[in-house]
Design a protein around this ligand. Structure first.
Ligand code: DGL
Length: 267
């Protein structure tokens, strides 16, 4: 595989969620060029079978590799749990990072309360998730919260609080109580809902002290480390990089929506 420092860094997600990881990477590596591919034609991945998610992920990765990339971030927890092992075998020379629910950081800062993990049903069902719980969750109260359908709100740009409250009341509310200490956002779409989740917790549970934790910064840092290790990191060039976004959806607005999310002030 021919890797060149001037090539862009590839990013993929089932749709727009991976932009939450991309924006951290842009902040950390401002001189890099990025090529992001959102597979919104096939979103959500989170309620599909493992084999189907692998097939879709391999296809997107192949598109990025054919364009020429020097590193790759699987900016989707669901695609990571289904396909990252195989991708590492398929492309052993490519600096490659995946993302997994940030249970480890949540446990490191835990004061002994309950940690909720919001993720897609597929991520929660996977062996990788069970391993993560076995590895770090021993002696801690970590509870999975499957969030079927939540990705759709972000894909459709639906950030209306009343609508989201209806969703949260049904899917998150039953798990929140006085011992809830933090919530891990185990899907890359969810950081865009941070303000809505906080508002829901404040108004319906009178809780303003629950930490929302996601793995986007950690993943971007790991990506930078992997590139540096192979001398593929651009530093001190004096030139700012740029971001190119592609999307499989026939809805041409998806690319524009992606740039809007990328430039949205963090809440
Ligand atoms: N952003 C993906 C993740 O992190 C969403 C998966 C889906 O499409 O359901 O899991």
């Amino acid at each position: 595989m021919n890797l060149d420092i001037n090539m862009p860094i590839g990013f993929m997600d089932s749709g727009l969620g991976g932009i939450s990881v991309l924006r951290e990477a842009v902040k950390l590596m401002p001189e890099e060029n990025f090529l992001y591919y959102g597979d919104s034609a096939n979103v959500p991945y989170g309620n599909k079978k493992r084999e189907e998610i692998k097939r879709l992920t391999f296809h997107v990765v192949e598109i990025l590799i054919n364009q020429g990339i020097k590193g790759l971030a699987i900016a989707c927890n669901t695609a990571t749990s289904a396909a990252v092992k195989d991708l590492r075998l398929m492309y052993p020379d490519l600096p490659l990072v995946g993302i997994e629910p940030a249970i480890k950081p949540a446990i490191e800062q835990s004061m002994g309360g309950t940690i909720l993990v919001m993720a897609t049903p597929m991520t929660i069902r996977q062996e990788k998730f069970r391993h993560l719980l076995e590895q770090y969750g021993q002696g801690h109260d970590v509870v999975s919260v499957p969030c079927d359908g939540l990705v759709g709100f972000v894909e459709n740009g639906m950030f209306d609080q009343d609508l989201l409250d209806v969703y949260f009341r049904k899917h998150l509310g039953p798990f929140v109580n006085s011992s809830t200490e933090s919530i891990v956002l185990g899907c890359t779409h969810y950081p865009f809902l941070k303000a809505n989740i906080r508002e829901y917790l404040r108004t319906e549970h009178h809780r303003e002290d629950i930490d929302l934790i996601d793995g986007s910064y950690g993943t971007a840092k790991e990506l930078r480390r992997r590139l540096a290790e192979k001398n593929l990191l651009k530093i001190n060039t004096g030139w700012p990089g740029h971001v190119e976004i592609l999307n499989s959806s026939s809805d041409t607005d998806m690319v524009e929506k992606s740039y809007e999310l990328l430039n949205r002030p963090e809440l």
